[in-house]
Design a protein around this ligand. Sequence first.
Ligand SMILES: C[S@@+](CC[C@H](N)C(=O)[O-])C[C@H]1O[C@@H](n2cnc3c(N)ncnc32)[C@H](O)[C@@H]1O
Length: 248
Amino acid sequence: MSDALISASLVFRDDGTPYSPRHDDIYHSAAGALAQARHVFIDGNGLPGRWRGKACFTVIEAGFGMGINFLATWAAWRNDAHRATILNFVSIEKHPFSANDLRAAHAAIIDDDAVVPLADLLASAWPPLEAGMHRLAFDAGAVTLTLALGDAARLLPHLADSGAAADAIYLDGFAPAKNPDMWTPAIFTSLARIAKENATFATYTSAGDVKRALVQSGFEYRKVAGFGGKRAMLVGKRSLSGNAVIDS
Ligand SMILES: C[S@@+](CC[C@H](N)C(=O)[O-])C[C@H]1O[C@@H](n2cnc3c(N)ncnc32)[C@H](O)[C@@H]1O
């Protein structure tokens, strides 16, 4: 795990949406970063309902980016009187932003007063950009963020071997056509090893290759209404039957 990291550069499109020149894609829908996080990843995984009454709830995310999904999840957890006692969020990122760029990105895109202080705490705790695992703790240790910095294809098997166990999976690489490395059967096979028996997943895409890779790796999916002009997105769970296609 000693691969050198290449950090991300902070670039905005004319409409203010953060954009990656490396992948020629945007970090989130132009219709809103937090709104997308809530619709696709939080609602898509049945949260907050699924964490209620649990001692511990673990989310695994592929693609930390600016941490919008993490911040939205943390804010939803804080706002829920029946939340899990502990929220663990594990996220993999190959090209992290610097702390300064993270702050600048958050200043430009976070439009919710409940999330602003959380973004500030995140940027203040931001680790050095070194490959490997960085564990940050918030809210007196009740919320942990494990940032796995490096390539998902290398780090996910390592996480699976080390016993990581997910209740919910956020699949948030750039678009499959532009970032195919994040959507391979090998990625999903590692995620299936990490997924607990009743784990769910959600992703903004409904691309055919993603559906096929999911099924091949032991997940079943459903198409539901997408966010911000996207007709469909995928949600689903680990397949216990082995027959995994539920396509509507
Ligand atoms: C759509 S953005 C994620 C947005 C993020 N979830 C958020 O809430 O801000 C996709 C992220 O996947 C990362 N990524 C792309 N290829 C990767 C790879 N092979 N391994 C790990 N991360 C990767 C990109 O650097 C980018 O930050």
